[in-house]
Unconditional design. Structure first.
Lengths: 206, 258
């Protein structure tokens, strides 16, 4: 079964629809204990960093997700969910879970000359590493909606990079059992479904 | 590179979906009609976002009945593009209900002027990216005024209204031309000039009648998205043709995944 973590920090409806559409047995999980039964877990998130991080902490998922990840089980963070997996964000003061290196900064700080937030479908500029998941991100346009982004330096694993109005930042990350996307695969039409399918296939073989 | 967006706006009222013409509503069909006529299963290939407005009168957002929720779920169950919900959102409870129904963003109109605290709360709580300010605009000569719900007189100068929205920290602005609304005569290109320089993405609505209209408006710098709520002009393969035209014209739009 695939668990979608619900800390009331994201819209889980479309993610639930997308994963179910792909044939997965999907459960919304609200208690860290429920992680035990999951073959794969998705952490979605939208909104501001600190309220989201506080919700992850207070619900007990911070510790739960870290323990889950340490067992090398597949985990996917989406949008703010990705930033929560990093060391933190300039948008807030709370530390992230630190499963990925780096911390999110405002797109302006990354040199963005355009309007913020970065909203809409954008395509990946380049990729590093040999991950099939990351390769899948370079095939099409994906839906982004965010004001903070992860700089492209000091990363472990494979990554894909997107450019917006002069700013370069991370579109997706993959390292061993850990997956993350700044964009929303569940709102990116067929291209997004293909990526989610890839994630699910990793969880089946894990 | 960031693509320009094509947005489909749906007006829901008391169980049906409506066509709006100069802001007067006319019932067209129910949710099954919509799913059937617009081939909703594949609409996500051709439109980038969907906006659903509950314009049912006499019910506050909080009391949105199950029928609205059911219609939204039915429309979106196999459509994987971003969803915005709006219409009579007056409290944080109403807003939460929208997210519960699967909204990614909120469309706020009246609260921009009447309930700035609610708008601010939404921005803080859900992030700027989740809040779109909708401004309905009427043209008088060369001047644009915003329309204020339930008020006889015209509202503010558009520039003033835009300023207020920007100060509230909304993530996007949608300007809708009342004069062009539902006419199919094309977008108000002049209106865009009045919105230049806003710090957030701009969505223009009102007047789309054919593919060329989208090409016209999206070719303007400063326009990030164009929306239509016209239930007749883009029926069947309409949006497929619009997208094909935009791609043909070399406009930066999302390519179609086949």
């Amino acid at each position: 079964m695939v668990g979608i973590i619900d800390c009331k920090i994201g819209n889980i409806g479309s993610l639930h629809n997308a994963l179910s559409y792909l044939g997965a047995r999907v459960e919304i999980i609200t208690r860290p204990d429920d992680l035990t039964d999951c073959q794969a877990v998705v952490l979605p998130g939208v909104g501001a960093f600190d309220p989201a991080m506080a919700a992850v902490e207070s619900s007990g998922f911070a510790a739960g997700v870290k323990a889950y990840a340490e067992e090398h089980r597949p985990l996917l963070g989406i949008c703010l969910g990705m930033q929560i997996l990093t060391q933190g964000s300039d948008e807030g003061v709370l530390p992230g879970l630190g499963l990925f290196q780096g911390r999110a900064v405002n797109l302006r700080k990354l040199g963005c000359m355009g309007k913020v937030p970065h909203v809409g479908f954008n395509s990946v500029q380049s990729t590093t590493g040999d991950s099939g998941f990351i390769a899948g991100t370079s095939e099409s346009d994906f839906y982004f909606v965010h004001s903070f982004g992860l700089p492209c330096s000091n990363l472990t694993g494979s990554s894909s990079i997107v450019e917006y109005q002069g700013a370069f930042f991370i579109a997706a990350l993959h390292h061993e059992n850990l997956f993350a996307t700044q964009f929303h695969p569940e709102k990116s039409g067929d291209a997004g479904l293909i990526l989610l399918e890839y994630f699910l296939s990793c969880s089946r073989s894990a | 590179m960031l693509k320009k967006r094509l947005i489909f706006t749906l007006y829901y009222n008391d169980g049906g979906f409506y066509l709006s013409r100069n802001f007067r509503l006319q019932r067209v069909g129910d949710v099954r009609w919509l799913v059937d006529k617009f081939r909703f299963k594949s609409i996500g290939k051709f439109v980038d976002e969907i906006v659903i407005l509950d314009v049912t009168r006499d019910t506050q957002g909080a009391s949105k009945d199950n029928r609205f929720g059911n219609a939204v779920s039915y429309l979106m169950r196999e459509t994987f593009v971003p969803l915005t919900i709006g219409g009579a959102l007056r409290s944080l409870g109403d807003v939460k209900q929208c997210f519960h129904l699967g909204a990614d963003k909120l469309l706020l109109n009246t609260p921009i002027l009447n309930q700035p605290d609610l708008v601010h709360e939404c921005v803080v709580h859900f992030g700027a990216q989740a809040v779109i300010a909708a401004i309905d605009v009427r043209r008088e000569g060369k001047v644009y005024f915003s329309r204020i719900a339930n008020a006889q007189a015209n509202g503010l100068h558009l520039t003033e209204h835009l300023q207020i929205a920007a100060e509230l920290g909304v993530g996007e602005v949608m300007v809708n031309s009342i004069d062009q609304d539902g006419t199919g005569n094309g977008f108000d290109m002049e209106l865009v000039r009045q919105c230049m320089g806003i710090p957030v993405p701009l969505i223009v609505a009102g007047g789309a009648g054919k593919a060329e209209h989208f090409a016209d408006i999206l070719s303007l710098p400063g326009v990030d998205a164009a929306a239509t709520g016209n239930l007749f002009n883009f029926i069947g393969k309409g949006f497929e043709r619009v997208r094909a035209h935009l791609l043909e014209q070399g406009l930066p739009v999302r390519s179609v995944t086949l």
